[in-house]
Design a protein around this ligand. Structure first.
Ligand SMILES: Nc1ncnc2c1ncn2[C@@H]1O[C@H](COP(=O)(O)OP(=O)(O)OP(=O)(O)O)[C@@H](O)[C@H]1O
Ligand SMILES: [Mg+2]
Length: 235
């Protein structure tokens, strides 16, 4: 399955989501290729951090433009899964990714300015479906405030519901948590990071299940995780 993590907006968590998804998928034995279709090379840095720390390697290709288009246009029997990290608002690479993906994940922060850019993504998804009719498209709220009294989340969900005809709002909501930054700098997924951040792990497991339609094995010990959660977890 090809998952493309895309957005018009920069800094919304595309690389964070792409690297976590690729890492989680590889950890269940799937042959995963992470494509860094962003010339900033952030996903490639993440795999380099991994290699410096002797973690299981995730095969990564840093390819954009015509090389990316040629690569992704042909079925790749060597891989079970491909995860693509696309640069912000990158027209050509974004369109290539949407034309070949099974699922597009569009991270969005629950703020007014970010919400407006979802209209553009909605249109791009609609256009891509002319040639890729089975494209699934998920709007994923990222960096939601940990403060339950913060109303931005409810407003964001409502705005997405009204404004996006072609994107489905993911059930998973990803919170603003330091673990996403810390794990990234170590080349880890949130599941690999210690001390374990229960809420971050829960969020990534929930996203994994939404994408692949199956529980990640790390989600199997649900009662243990609930107990840890009840006793505080970490932010
Ligand atoms: N849920 C989160 N909680 C805390 N920090 C986050 C979260 N998601 C992303 N970040 C941080 O926000 C910054 C931007 O994230 P990331 O690089 O993944 O965004 P991006 O969309 O790939 O950016 P770009 O458009 O530059 O490629 C990074 O420092 C990342 O660690
Ligand atoms: Mg990025």
């Amino acid at each position: 399955m090809i998952v493309a993590v895309v957005a018009e907006k920069g800094g919304v968590g595309k690389t964070m989501i792409a690297t976590n998804v690729a890492g989680m998928r590889a950890s269940v034995g799937s042959r995963v290729l992470l494509i860094d279709a962003d010339r900033q090379g952030s996903a490639t840095f993440w795999t380099q951090f991994r290699s410096e720390r002797s973690l299981a390697q995730i095969e990564t290709q840093d390819i954009q433009g015509e090389a990316f288009r040629r690569f992704i246009s042909v079925p790749r029997v060597l891989y079970d899964d491909i995860v693509v990290d696309v640069g912000a608002g990158d027209g050509p690479n974004l369109d290539t990714a949407l034309l070949h993906a099974d699922c597009a994940v569009v991270p969005v922060r629950p703020t007014g300015v970010d919400m407006y850019t979802m209209q553009l993504m909605d249109t791009r998804v609609a256009e891509a479906r002319d040639t890729n009719p089975n494209l699934r498209a998920l709007a994923l709220i990222n960096q939601a405030s940990a403060n339950p009294r913060h109303q931005a989340l409810g407003l964001a969900v409502e705005s997405l519901r009204v404004g996006s005809e072609n994107l489905v709002i993911a059930d998973t909501v990803v919170g603003e948590r330091v673990v996403y930054q810390r794990s990234h700098m170590l080349g880890q997924t949130v599941l690999e990071y210690l001390p374990r951040d229960e809420r971050g792990v829960e969020e990534m497991l929930s996203l994994y299940k939404e994408l692949y339609g199956e529980e990640h094995p790390a989600g199997a010990s649900q009662p243990d995780r609930e107990m840890a959660h009840a006793s505080g977890g970490s932010r």
